[in-house]
Design a protein around this ligand. Structure first.
Ligand SMILES: Nc1ncnc2c1ncn2[C@@H]1O[C@H](COP(=O)(O)OP(=O)(O)OP(=O)(O)O)[C@@H](O)[C@H]1O
Ligand SMILES: [Mg+2]
Length: 276
């Protein structure tokens, strides 16, 4: 039985159908990414996955139980940091730790918050407020806050979308490290607009077609050993095949909705069907 499941999920806002019969199953410890174009319904899907928005049809299940509110032992990272502006970085992380581990002593909670801030390289900036931090540093705080609660399920909605390319690369590596250091590994669902980011981090990649009524592609497995080097992935044969298949689906979905299809590498036509 899948650990985390979105089954037959559909959602409309008024007459506008945003998601149509979305199905996605994650095994425990798996990292799955959804790659979608802007406005395709990614955040709507993530809010439904997190129990923050109710679907019109279908459901979300965690360990077989319906998810109707934000689950215990879960954490979410949004695109735009979502830190409390009047609290220091440390206090932002501490707040989450206090609510996840209420039985711990104050000292245990504080050192857990410090430990995770140090893991993302913010030990020295712990007492700074979000307004005193750069975008990359704020997102590091948000990531530290998510991992400090030792979540079993982690949801990431374009966590690096607002960052420049170099900061994005650094934070991707930090996320890889945090995931690897977790034992047992959390189950992760990440939304991204970058196929390369999805390939770097995921066990499987799924594409979300352009709306209205967006649907998911079949999942494409990323059979590449870890740790993965983002530069090497640009030329790796298996990574090239995954990139081609995801891009092909997105291009086809775009052309169906009247958009010009993006050019797709001819190499993708010879890709074997290896979808789970
Ligand atoms: N609460 C809402 N009420 C009405 N329409 C909404 C609501 N939330 C989202 N929408 C619409 O649903 C569509 C998908 O929005 P959503 O935010 O899920 O897309 P997205 O893929 O996350 O976009 P982005 O790439 O900008 O992050 C958009 O057309 C948006 O206007
Ligand atoms: Mg969004």
């Amino acid at each position: 039985m899948a650990y985390f499941k979105l089954q037959g999920v559909s959602k409309s806002f008024g007459p506008r159908s945003v998601l149509d019969n979305v199905n996605l199953f994650l095994d425990e410890g798996e990292f799955v990414s959804i790659v979608g174009t802007s406005g395709s319904g990614k955040t709507t899907l993530m809010k439904i996955a997190a129990g923050l928005t109710a679907p019109d049809a279908g459901g979300v299940f965690l360990s077989g139980m319906p998810v109707t509110s934000f689950p215990n032992h879960a954490a979410i990272v949004f695109q735009n940091y979502s830190l409390l502006p009047w609290l220091s970085a440390h206090a932002n992380v501490l707040l989450a730790v206090e609510s996840a581990f209420p039985a711990w002593t104050k000292q245990q909670q504080a050192s857990q918050a410090s430990k995770y801030l140090e893991m993302v390289g913010l030990g020295k900036a712990a007492e700074k407020r979000p307004s005193q931090l750069s975008g990359g540093m704020r997102q590091r705080v948000a990531i530290a806050r998510a991992f400090a609660v030792e979540p079993r399920l982690i949801l990431l909605d374009e966590p690096f979308g607002a960052l420049d390319a170099l900061t994005r690369l650094t934070l991707q590596q930090e996320l890889v490290k945090l995931c690897q250091e977790q034992s047992p590994r959390a189950t992760a669902l990440m939304i991204t607009n970058s196929v390369d980011e999805a390939i770097l981090l995921s066990d499987r990649v799924v594409a979300l077609g352009r709306g209205p009524a967006a649907r998911l592609s079949a999942a494409v497995p990323v059979n590449l050993p870890r740790p993965r080097d983002p530069r090497a992935l640009l030329h790796d044969e298996a990574a090239v095949r995954v990139r081609a298949r995801v891009t092909e689906f997105l291009a086809a979905a775009g052309s169906k909705s009247g958009e010009a299809a993006a050019p797709v590498s001819p190499r993708s036509t010879s890709v074997p069907a290896e979808v789970r």
